[in-house]
Design a protein around this ligand. Sequence first.
Ligand SMILES: [Zn+2]
Length: 105
Amino acid sequence: MTRQEFLRRNVECKRRARISMFLFACVFIALFAGVLFPTAGPGRFVSAFGIACLVGLCVSLVAVLWFCRNQARSAGVACPSCDGGLLGHPGKVVIATGNCPHCGK
Ligand SMILES: [Zn+2]
């Protein structure tokens, strides 16, 4: 991969991450509000509504962690040798030195 291709993929990955994190934040806020204010649910299902929001919040958190972990790989900006992510500071090291900061190759 050329340096230009790496930079282009890095910028595209950051753009996609910004959009995804905005959507995740909206979901978090809605579910967190459901946990904090469970009386918003209908009648006798108040506690079930709060528990459902709490479970949804936990599932969303796992989804965000999974997304962040696989973000570099799915965007094609992971090291081919060690599969380490090359976004953010590691990406800057790659651009400056031409070597992966994780494995040195
Ligand atoms: Zn590496």
